[in-house]
Design a protein around this ligand. Structure first.
Ligand SMILES: [Zn+2]
Length: 139
């Protein structure tokens, strides 16, 4: 699977900044995650990737995911007692896990709201990463 020229540029640039090579496998995994933005787990990505790249191994998938996270192209989403999921939405947002369907939704966070949350930290704390997760039911 190939990336569109817009994402191809983003992909190559992000990896290059981390001194990582834009391999075919990494491109393939990234394009799969962009194609269906349903916050898949590594196992799900592995299953999807084999349809168009039958020779890929689970270890390679994990390796690709690690490089993509490291270069900031995707982020990890962790819910308690759940496998790590992957999200290509780079805008600040929270996640909502529906406990009935098991689906994960992106919840947009406005800049003022995000600033407000960051400002809640006492000055001696410097946040490098904020993760906001909701659990519940979606009607
Ligand atoms: Zn997301």
């Amino acid at each position: 699977m190939k990336l569109s020229s817009k994402y191809k540029y983003l992909f190559e640039e992000a990896l290059e900044k981390c001194s990582l090579r834009p391999t075919k496998q990494r491109e393939h995994i990234f394009s799969l995650i962009l194609q269906k933005k349903d916050h898949p787990t590594a196992d799900e990505i592995f299953k999807r990737s084999r349809a168009s790249m039958p020779s890929i191994s689970l270890a390679t998938v994990y390796n690709c995911l690690e490089s993509l996270v490291e270069s900031g192209l995707i982020r990890q989403v962790n819910f308690e007692r759940e496998s790590t999921r992957y999200c290509p939405n780079l805008k600040p947002h929270a996640h909502f896990l529906c406990k009935k369907s098991g689906e994960v939704y992106d919840i947009e966070l406005s800049k003022p709201l995000l600033d407000q949350i960051t400002n809640a930290l006492p000055s001696e704390f410097i946040a490098e990463h904020i993760e906001i997760n909701f659990n519940g039911l979606k009607n």
